[in-house]
Design a binder for this molecule. Structure first.
Ligand SMILES: Cc1cc2nc3c(=O)[nH]c(=O)nc-3n(C[C@H](O)[C@H](O)[C@H](O)COP(=O)(O)OP(=O)(O)OC[C@H]3O[C@@H](n4cnc5c(N)ncnc54)[C@H](O)[C@@H]3O)c2cc1C
Ligand code: SF4
Ligand code: SF4
Ligand code: SF4
Length: 375
């Protein structure tokens, strides 16, 4: 039976762990809590003697491909980038939600829609906890869901909790899967989850195994993802210089085809994502999922006009929520004005998805070569 020891050898040592937190969450929720997140955000043994060698942390890790075929079957995945039942461009009907949203505020509008209808008791989101700081959060009220709208560059998730070394580090990552523990503690059984493609993947593997907290996640809302970025004061200063702005005048940050820095004076600075390559988390260079292929609905800004969100429906459930919210909480783009917009948006997502897969394949080949050379 392969256990966390094998995850260290096969995933952590080659640098493939993207800190989704799945292994720690599962072990804590179901077993005796042999694992914890370390100072550097990586999972590690907390009390090795509590490990019962069940092997489940190994099976659910998105970097381990044991459950891949089963998970793909479960969500009716098909090439090249997962199941697609429809693509649309939309925005929140409520001006307050729209103003707070990263793009069109669609994720928040749908969460509020589900909450108001009594379809969910809460949602795992990621809220701001200070200037440029964000933390995963099980939101259980309307106001809490609304508070978590948007996307910011934030202090590295909880690193200030663990270590002063990381207190100056900024990151786009929020270990939302870890918040599943709260779902169990609060005994909620109908929760929506918002997260990056790797986090959705980890949840789906837990679901494929029939693991308890994952069964409480009824709606999987995935965000498109080029990568997560970690950066410190030096990189922040460089971005300020290249983009000609100061961080204290930044209202919102967004990643689309470029990094978009929205300033309080209404101006937007755009920086090519190449400038962020050196700040990209190492494991993200090996990731091949751009469009949250295992979600019920996937969301991103690319392909959509400013202030709108591109939405891909991937499951009948996702499609039904969209249809239900359309015309009340969601405003769909008027396609009479641009009949090809949804088609172009999907083509753009496919192009970025393909780019990410090609890059990940090349990186994996390099890694295999270096492993063979060392052997
Ligand atoms: C790390 C990251 C990288 C991204 N890269 C791209 C990209 O390359 N191209 C692209 O088109 N779109 C990207 N997105 C998605 C995009 O930023 C928007 O989240 C998406 O378009 C939805 O916008 P919205 O206005 O509809 O959502 P909103 O209504 O603003 O809701 C966003 C939801 O996401 C949650 N959230 C915010 N940050 C995080 C986080 N770090 N981890 C988990 N949940 C979070 C919020 O709590 C909120 O519930 C990325 C998102 C993230 C978090
Ligand atoms: S108890 Fe199971 S889930 Fe926890 S570390 Fe050991 S093998 Fe992994
Ligand atoms: S489950 Fe997630 S956090 Fe755990 S080893 Fe795998 S990638 Fe890393
Ligand atoms: S690129 Fe995005 S989805 Fe992939 S490992 Fe990094 S954070 Fe996760």
């Amino acid at each position: 039976m392969k256990t966390f020891f094998n995850l260290i050898q096969e995933v952590q040592k080659p640098g493939l762990c993207h800190h989704c937190g799945g292994c720690v969450t599962f072990c804590t929720a179901i077993n005796y809590g042999a694992l914890e997140l370390g100072d550097d955000g990586k999972p590690r043994y907390k009390e090795i003697e509590k490990c019962i060698e069940c092997g489940l942390c190994y099976s659910i890790c998105p970097e381990i491909h044991e459950l891949e075929e089963e998970t793909k079957r479960m969500v009716s995945w098909s090439a090249p980038m997962g199941r697609i039942l429809g693509t649309t461009v939309a925005r929140a009907a409520d001006p307050e939600v729209l103003a707070r949203g990263t793009d069109g505020g669609v994720v928040t509008a749908l969460l509020l829609h589900l909450f108001d209808l009594g379809r969910i008791d809460g949602a795992i989101v990621s809220r701001r906890v200070g200037n440029f700081r964000r933390w995963p959060w099980l939101a259980v009220t309307r106001d809490e869901i609304l508070e978590a709208a948007g996307f910011h560059f934030d202090t590295m998730h909880g690193m200030t909790h663990f270590s002063k070394v990381y207190s100056d580090m900024y990151s786009t990552f929020s270990p939302s899967v870890v918040e599943l523990g709260e779902v169990t503690k609060k005994r909620l059984s109908r929760v929506a989850f918002v997260g990056t493609p790797c986090q959705i993947n980890s949840l789906r593997r837990m679901e494929a195994l029939g693991i308890v907290p994952a069964g409480s996640i009824k709606f999987h809302l995935g965000l498109f993802c080029t990568g997560n970025f970690h950066f410190g004061p030096k990189e922040r200063a460089r971005l300020e210089e290249v983009g000609n702005f100061h961080w204290d005048e930044v209202r919102k940050v967004n990643v689309k085809e470029e990094l978009l820095i929205h300033l309080t004076n209404g101006q937007i600075r755009s920086l090519p994502l190449d400038h962020l390559n050196c700040m990209k988390r190492f494991a993200c260079r090996y990731c091949d999922d751009y469009s949250a292929e295992f979600a019920d609905l996937s969301f991103g800004g690319i392909g959509a006009p400013e202030g709108w969100t591109t939405v891909i429906a991937r499951s009948p459930l996702g499609r039904a929520i969209l249809a239900d919210a359309r015309g009340t909480d969601l405003e769909q783009f008027n396609f009479k004005d641009d009949p090809q917009l949804a088609h172009r948006a999907l083509a753009t997502v496919m192009e970025w998805s393909d780019k990410k897969k090609t890059h990940a394949q090349a990186m994996h080949r390099e890694l295999e070569k270096s492993v063979q050379l060392k052997a």
